[in-house]
Write a protein that binds this ligand. Structure first.
Ligand SMILES: Cc1cc2nc3c(=O)[nH]c(=O)nc-3n(C[C@H](O)[C@H](O)[C@H](O)COP(=O)(O)O)c2cc1C
Length: 386
């Protein structure tokens, strides 16, 4: 995609990556993503804000050429992660006079990750300004957006804030912000850091802004609306919802899952079921974001939980979900030996309450279904208090 002027003298020069299938080799990307990189032209100096994933460096360079960027004074690095910083070495080759402008923490990380040298850098701190001539870049340190070195760059004259990963979404640049994509992105990238996120969000909410330009996905032209959505997502609030992640080899655990799903539905609990052996993590994170209860369901395999369920449990656990309750169900042949192992994968559920698990020997029978009905009652009772 060719460069695009987003404000007077400010241009998107990044790259879309619609064919990318996974982010962090973990989260499915139904619509791919983008790496947004921006040129800010002052009357005296020119700055590039963040770069692109190295696989898309050629597109960034083509955009810079098309825009006739013959001289570059600064490369602002808001975040050291390689999908935004990884093309800095190639940009420095093309523009050897440019300085990488960033904070002290980000500098050390860029040196570690990209083998950049001390002389490549100019350091900035909180609220420091860089005058480009008619456009002033102001730096806002925002550690732990999801890494320790993150910062934002504000151009006061244009009321635009460059937030890198903060308030991004995995979509192509050029469209309008989609709430579902934004929610999924938040759940997968920001949920574990939501306490820091809330602090940064209120700082951003207090700024005079017309536009937010993140490093993934569309430009945000209505900051207040998107800030409002993130305020809800980043809160500790959960809804009257349950998420069931399951694996079943011969259908018995699946029968238990379907029975529990119906029993919960009868109690008015919105329940989403994921056969994680078949669909992996697809769709899980958005539902996890506001589910009050998570149910892990697995058959016993060689004395253990099914590895596909353990993978999902581990991935759910590292997102530090808000869930207040969790439980385990499943079928076994001769000994239900897998619950401790599942519990062991859920260290971040330590403040969640474990509701008594239910296991069925072989295919579930009337007594097992009755236990699942009782489990649904227990979950409903807990949800009445959320
Ligand atoms: C490869 C394999 C290994 C199994 N290992 C165990 C085991 O160690 N302990 C046990 O109680 N059952 C074991 N079983 C039996 C299953 O747990 C049992 O058939 C259960 O009902 C399967 O549930 P599902 O229909 O949801 O797959 C094993 C089954 C298979 C296919």
């Amino acid at each position: 995609m060719a460069f695009t002027e987003i404000k007077k003298g400010i241009y998107w020069v990044g790259a879309n990556h619609p064919e990318r299938k996974f982010f962090d080799e973990l989260f499915p990307l139904p619509e791919g993503t983008s790496y947004n990189s921006y040129i800010v032209k002052g009357t005296e100096k020119i700055a590039l804000i963040d770069t692109v994933d190295p696989v898309k460096a050629d597109e960034l360079i083509a955009n810079l050429r098309e825009l006739n960027v013959e001289r570059l004074d600064y490369i602002i690095s808001n975040h050291a992660e390689q999908d935004h910083s990884g093309s800095i070495p190639r940009i420095l080759e093309l523009y050897p006079g440019a300085k990488v402008v960033t904070n002290a923490k980000c500098k050390t990380m860029l040196m570690d990750l990209l083998d950049l040298k001390d002389e490549n850098f100019a350091l900035v701190g909180e609220n420091e300004a860089l005058d480009l001539g008619g456009k002033t870049l102001k730096f806002v340190l925002a550690p732990w957006v999801h890494w320790p070195e993150t910062m934002f760059t504000y151009v006061a004259e244009e009321k635009i804030l460059f937030t890198c990963d903060f308030l991004g979404s995995h979509e192509s640049f050029g469209g309008t912000y989609d709430e579902e994509d934004g929610k999924r992105y938040f759940a997968e990238i920001m949920l574990p850091y939501r306490a820091f996120f809330r602090t940064h969000l209120e700082r951003v909410a207090g700024m005079d802004l017309e536009m937010i330009a993140p490093s993934h996905g569309p430009i945000i032209g209505e900051p207040a609306k998107i800030i409002g959505l993130h305020r809800e997502w980043a809160s500790e609030r959960v809804k009257n919802k349950a998420l069931i992640a399951y694996v079943s080899m011969h259908g018995s655990t699946e029968k238990m899952v379907r029975h529990l799903e119906n029993a919960l539905a009868k109690k008015g609990i919105e329940t989403k079921v994921f056969d994680v052996a078949k669909t992996g993590f697809e769709g899980v994170s958005s539902e996890l974001l506001d589910s009050a209860t998570v149910v892990f369901a697995s058959a016993v395999v060689l004395n253990e939980a099914h590895p596909a369920l353990l993978y999902a449990a581990h991935a759910i656990n590292i997102l530090k979900p808000k869930a207040k309750f969790y439980t385990i169900i499943g079928s076994y042949g001769w000994a239900a030996t897998h619950a401790e192992q599942i519990k062991g994968a859920l260290g971040n559920f330590k403040s969640a309450e474990l509701i008594a698990p239910v296991f069925a020997k072989g295919t579930p029978k009337e007594a097992d279904y009755a236990k699942l009905d009782a489990l649904a009652d227990e979950i409903a009772k807990r949800h009445a208090g959320i």
